[in-house]
Design a protein. Structure first.
Length: 158
């Protein structure tokens, strides 16, 4: 069974997502939910072991709230006439986290949050470089990311 479903939670999540999107079930959706994790197994660096499920839920709520706040800030920035209060810039975030899965989740979180265009991880995985739409205090942004995202990810993955 483990050979057919190496990541049963991922297969279940994919199947559930397709059910929500299509509002109907089909054999093709089930086949894809099984095939995609099998085909992408080599892309996952390490098996994922979630150590604190409650922290996962808190992090999801934090990311959702921060995304809404960022959306509103970006809308305000785009709709308000005149020059920006603060210019776009690059922010360097020193990292303590080392788990490859946690690093991937961190990069995903900061990239889906409006106001950041992209993230780059240094080769030694000690620094995250972000392009931020409006930078008043780069150190405050880095501290925000470390406190709200990196710390919970360390609890979850390390």
């Amino acid at each position: 069974m483990k050979r057919l479903l190496p990541t049963p939670l991922l297969s279940l999540a994919l199947f559930g997502l397709w059910l929500l999107l299509n509002q109907s079930a089909s054999a093709g959706q089930l086949v894809l939910a099984i095939a995609i994790p099998l085909l992408t197994a080599g892309l996952r660096p390490l098996p994922v072991r979630i150590r604190r499920p409650g922290t996962v839920l808190r992090l999801m709520l934090t990311v959702a709230a921060d995304t809404v706040r960022s959306n509103l800030a970006v809308i305000r920035l785009l709709l308000s006439p005149g020059p920006r209060r603060h210019p776009a810039d690059f922010v360097r975030v020193p990292l303590d986290i080392r788990d490859p899965n946690a690093l991937a989740v961190l990069a995903t979180i900061v990239c889906i949050t409006p106001g950041t265009a992209w993230a780059e991880l240094s080769l030694d995985r000690s620094m995250l470089l972000l392009h931020v739409l409006e930078v008043d205090d780069a150190q405050a942004i880095a501290a925000h990311i470390k406190q709200r995202y990196e710390r919970p990810l360390m609890e979850i993955f390390e």
